[in-house]
Design a protein around this ligand. Structure first.
Ligand SMILES: C[S@@+](CC[C@H](N)C(=O)[O-])C[C@H]1O[C@@H](n2cnc3c(N)ncnc32)[C@H](O)[C@@H]1O
Length: 284
């Protein structure tokens, strides 16, 4: 159960660690021993989480709250003060987005080489689905300065901040799963592994032939990517072109061939010689 739907593992771990901390001393266990066991318990559950940020949240919740309660000034705060960070979190991340990704910005260079690997016409419509603070849009802008860039974000404060940072893009508040993807040339996603089956179904239904689904870090399960780039270690960029599926054809662009330093053929895996990006072309 503790590895089930996020954020349940974090809440249950914090709750059980605190239960241990409160109950164990009643049975004669020293409070520091109880604390150490509760920290160990949090760590054990944290190690079962699939992502680094989740491991950190699960592991740090109990020891942090314990330390804060020990520390002088904080222990004198009124109980409702704890609701302030919770309220900030609720405004930043409305409950409906908990099933998708929280705010993790696209690293500055993660999309470097995308414009070469996937050339687009000047007015191509490119959506950053879940645009957060706009780092994905800024990275897309560096690759596609002429494109019609759009951002969609559920959290109102993030949407405002993104619109302020990305005056070059149309940034709207909305749900990426309710939005219509059919008129778009590229949908860029940086979500969560659990969101990818949903993205796959939506892309299959709505993206027209020739359009692209580009995902940072997380692969679409069951699909063969057209191309994979990796400029930031651990943050691969997966490119899929409609019509999707296991029969995605290999397409070698001149830019990929240049990057490989040789002629690009099906089943070739290219290591970079000059540019920083790594291009891997796959065939089913
Ligand atoms: C990992 S961040 C990526 C931010 C941005 N795309 C970037 O790469 O810098 C994911 C963002 O998606 C937003 N999000 C999650 N689910 C969403 C939904 N259903 N509709 C709109 N935005 C959503 C989150 O609020 C968060 O800002």
């Amino acid at each position: 159960m503790l590895t089930s739907r996020w954020p349940l593992p974090a809440l249950l771990t914090w709750l059980s660690a605190w239960a241990l901390m409160v109950l164990a001393p009643r049975f004669g266990v020293d409070v520091w021993v109880a604390g150490a066991v509760a920290v160990g318990w949090s760590l054990a559950i944290a190690l079962q989480q699939s992502q680094r940020w989740r491991r950190l949240m699960v592991a740090a919740g109990f020891p942090l709250s314990w330390l804060m309660l020990q520390g002088g000034a904080i222990s004198t705060w009124p109980a409702w003060a704890w609701l302030v960070p919770l309220a900030v979190l609720a405004v930043l991340y409305p409950r409906s987005t908990w099933g998708d990704a929280p705010l993790f910005p696209t690293p500055k260079d993660a999309l470097q080489g995308l414009g070469q690997a996937l050339p687009l016409p000047a007015s191509a419509k490119v959506l950053d689905a879940g645009c957060g603070l706009g780092d994905g849009l800024l990275a897309l802008r560096r690759e596609y300065p002429q494109a019609d860039l759009r951002g969609l974000e559920w959290s109102a404060p993030l949407r405002w901040a993104c619109a302020w940072r990305c005056g070059f893009a149309q940034v709207r508040r909305g749900d990426i799963w309710a939005a219509d993807w059919s008129g778009l040339d590229v949908v860029y996603l940086f979500q969560r592994p659990e969101s990818m089956p949903k993205a796959r179904d939506k892309a299959l239904r709505e993206l027209r032939p020739g359009a692209w689904l580009v995902s940072l870090e997380f692969e679409v399960p069951g699909w063969t990517p057209h191309t994979r780039l990796e400029t930031v270690p651990g943050k691969p960029v997966w490119l899929y072109q409609a019509p999707f599926g296991a029969t995605t054809p290999h397409r070698c662009t001149a830019a990929m061939a240049r990057a490989c330093g040789k002629s690009c053929q099906a089943k070739v895996s290219c290591e970079p010689t000059r540019p920083p990006a790594r291009f891997e072309s796959r065939t089913p």
